[in-house]
Design a protein around this ligand. Structure first.
Ligand SMILES: [Zn+2]
Length: 447
């Protein structure tokens, strides 16, 4: 039983082994043992921090870190949001959810600060309890509308709005900071594996600001508030994988959604998928990936599922208003590029790198096959960590929402964007420039 459920950590362990420049790579067994020892405290002692944002963080963390304590002095602070209630078979709170993802975990909730010492404390909202907490590192999250900030120093004031994309962005960034903190701890505990002067890509960000509209940093708070309800264009989701299912998760956890979508994927959920499939628990292993979408159909949102390969289903004459693509297979990417579509958002991740690109049918612009070459040239099992694909999905959901709302004509949307972000550390690696087709591109060459 233990070896089976430890498969949840498979991709995360591979990510840790591959993403870091180790002096001597730690073994799988060592990383697994240290994951179980790494004690995280999540402090969410503030009513203004929306339950979904808290849940996002817990949902991301419990898939990689099995030793998690949730601290809330508010009795309603730990309840599950509706998007999780639809996937869980009984009433429960966030720890019940975490146990359904990882039954062997050590998840607990508390309404007071105990005498324990944690490796990492993550503080959302109120700082009231901060000086009572004993932790090696403390991470503070802030969010306002489209913008998020993460900080290892206590910020002066807490921002007010946690319901928008900024709140979700702060939760994914906290997930990314958490694995960096974990790797730093391995370096402290086993100096023979990692230099004390830590590698560039695992340094802590003393304070970093991000915008869900532009990771390069400029603030977009001038945009109006988001509506509660949106009507999406007819949407095709190519793959029911981690990236598209994250985009779906963020869309449905933020809005009452009307419209229709079709999800195409032939594969079944396996246990290593659980490290990043935010709508799944252990009970979903063995089910078709597209079933996870269908479960969230509503009276206003029609969801069609196609459990076959995209190539077997797709007809060249078809056209689609909006395509959300998250495939790592080059042939599928080219086939998607040959479709007639109004607007296409592509997401891809490879180790710590994430690419989000926006496409229309302009022949001068690169197709999705021209981007992120590494992702489809390797045959190895993909080493991947949940918050990286969650961040990709979140940024794709932003494009989906912009298209569905009155913001569709904003300057942000009209740009063709390409974002290559170093994860965990985003430092200086965000690029929103227009990309030209590759000279070898079979899609653009024949147009
Ligand atoms: Zn191309």
């Amino acid at each position: 039983m233990i070896s089976i459920t430890n498969d949840i950590f498979d991709r995360t362990i591979r990510f840790i082994q591959r993403s870091v420049r180790w002096k001597k790579p730690p073994t799988r067994e060592l990383i697994l043992e240290e994951l179980w020892r790494f004690k995280i405290l999540v402090v969410m002692d503030d009513l203004s921090v929306a339950s979904t944002v808290k849940f996002d963080l817990v949902n991301l963390l419990c898939r990689a870190f099995p030793n998690l304590t949730l601290l809330s002095t508010n009795e309603h602070g730990l309840l599950l949001p509706s998007i999780a209630q639809q996937s869980i078979s009984r009433d429960g709170n966030m720890t019940a959810w975490a146990y359904q993802v990882q039954p062997l975990g050590h998840f607990q909730s508390s309404d007071r600060v105990g005498n324990w010492t944690y490796d990492l404390a993550i503080i959302l909202g109120s700082r009231k309890l901060t000086n009572l907490i004993s932790a090696t590192e403390s991470l503070f999250l802030d969010a306002s509308y489209w913008d998020a900030a993460v900080s290892y120093e206590e910020p002066g004031t807490a921002e007010s709005d946690w319901n928008g994309f900024g709140g979700r962005l702060s939760a994914t960034m906290a997930g990314i900071e958490t694995i960096k903190s974990f790797i730093r701890k391995i370096g402290r505990t086993f100096p023979e594996y990692l230099n004390n002067n830590t590698a560039f890509d695992i340094q802590s960000q003393i304070r970093a600001n991000y915008s869900a509209l532009n990771l390069a940093g400029y603030s977009c708070t001038a945009l109006p508030l988001l509506p509660k309800s949106i009507t999406i264009p007819d949407s095709l989701l190519v793959s029911g994988g981690a990236i598209t299912s994250s985009a779906f998760y963020y869309l449905l956890s933020m809005f009452d959604v009307s419209g229709a979508m079709t999800a195409v994927d032939p594969k079944l959920i396996d246990e290593p998928d659980l490290n990043r499939y935010l709508l799944t628990t252990l009970a979903d292993v063995g089910k078709p990936k597209v079933d996870i979408f269908k479960r969230h159909e509503s009276s206003t949102l029609k969801i069609s599922t196609v459990p076959v390969k995209f190539q077997q289903w797709y007809d060249r004459s078809q056209s689609c208003d909006f395509v959300l693509a998250g495939v790592d297979h080059i042939q599928s990417r080219w086939d998607i590029g040959r479709m007639s579509f109004g607007y296409l958002v592509n997401g891809a991740t490879w180790l710590d790198t994430m690419t989000i690109s926006v496409h229309d049918n302009d022949p001068m612009k690169a197709c999705i096959g021209c981007l992120n070459v590494d992702a489809y040239q390797s045959n190895e099992i993909i080493p991947t960590y949940g918050p990286v694909s969650a961040l990709a999905g979140l940024l794709m959901a932003v494009r989906w929402v912009l298209l569905a709302t009155q913001f569709r004509d904003t300057e942000v949307l009209l740009k063709s964007l390409y974002s290559k972000s170093l994860q965990p550390a985003l430092k200086g690696n965000t690029d929103w420039s227009l990309r030209m087709p590759s000279p070898d591109c079979p899609i653009k060459r024949h147009q």
